[in-house]
Design a binder for this molecule. Structure first.
Ligand code: PAF
Length: 280
């Protein structure tokens, strides 16, 4: 496995790799969810590139960039073991050189849900991912369904800017009790951890109602709220039943289906989860 930092090093190393090339962008501190993206890339690509870059542009003023967990030696060992071909570890100066002033903003899809809670977040994500795509030149790029709005924003960006690649979405990796795997889960106390599967229970309660024929979006939001109310430590920030592409809140679920999503605090730990209701 080769590791590179600068853009010229990356371009030389990338040019030597066979196509189709799969790309997995990360912010490091890798967990099983990231490795699932790597395995999905290996399943359909001749070579796999992973980037590790804690992107300052997607952190808000109240989000602590300095405290974001980092462990590059461990990440590299995991990627080597997984059989990744090339790891790109750009510095902030490589990505945002002095004088940098070009931003990618996916106007509408970035606004609701997570975008409403974290202004500017998706502008930072879209900008860095566009730059990473331009530099790496993959045919396939892999993202987790866990960050459903990130996927929706990047899909729109790929379409609007004609990136010649396919975005592949990998299902959310879950603990046996349904809790979506996340590096944040370690911050939960034992009591919070025991109640955290309420998110998945709420999503599946709404899915069950949908499968039984319920098409009223407010009824599904109410079903999710009711299931979350059974977990006394859960403080709900939002529950949503939205159009799967535009993310606009729905009144009635139509033929395109819906994205169910939520953000819930357990103490200081904010958990998100989602589930796609397939349309007809
Ligand atoms: O999902 C992430 O880890 C980040 O948002 C990404 C896509 C690597 C961009 O910094």
């Amino acid at each position: 496995m080769k590791t590179v930092t600068t853009l010229p090093e990356l371009r030389t190393a990338r040019a030597a790799l066979p196509d189709p090339l799969g790309f997995v962008p990360t912010m490091g501190y890798l967990h099983e969810g990231h490795l699932a993206l790597v395995r999905a890339a290996q399943a359909c690509c001749q070579s796999v590139v992973v980037s590790i870059f804690v992107n300052p542009a997607q952190f808000g003023p109240n989000e602590d960039l300095a405290k974001y967990p980092r462990d590059i030696p461990r990440d590299l060992a995991l990627l080597e073991q997984a059989g990744v071909n090339l790891v790109w570890l750009p510095t902030p100066e490589v990505i945002y050189p002095p004088g940098f002033q070009t931003w990618v903003e996916v106007a509408e899809v970035s606004q609701p849900l997570e975008g409403g809670m974290r202004p500017g977040h998706f502008r930072g994500v879209a900008t860095v991912v566009a730059k990473l795509f331009n530099a790496v030149g993959p045919q396939f790029a892999f993202f987790g369904q866990k960050d459903a709005q990130q996927v929706a924003v990047l899909r729109q960006m790929v379409t609007d800017l004609h990136f010649p690649l396919e975005l592949v979405v990998v299902p959310t990796d879950r603990e046996p009790d349904g809790l979506a795997r996340s590096s944040r889960n370690v911050y939960l106390t034992a009591e919070e951890r025991a109640q955290a599967p309420a998110l998945y229970r709420a999503l599946t309660a709404a899915q069950t109602a949908y499968t039984a024929g319920e098409r009223d979006a407010e009824a599904l939001r109410a079903a999710m709220q009711a299931a979350l109310a059974a977990a006394p430590l859960a403080q709900v920030q939002y529950v949503s039943c939205a159009h799967p592409r535009t993310l606009a809140e729905l009144e009635t679920i139509g033929p395109e289906g819906a994205l169910l999503s939520m953000a819930v605090y357990f103490g200081k730990t904010r958990l998100i989860d989602n589930l796609v209701l397939q349309g007809k």
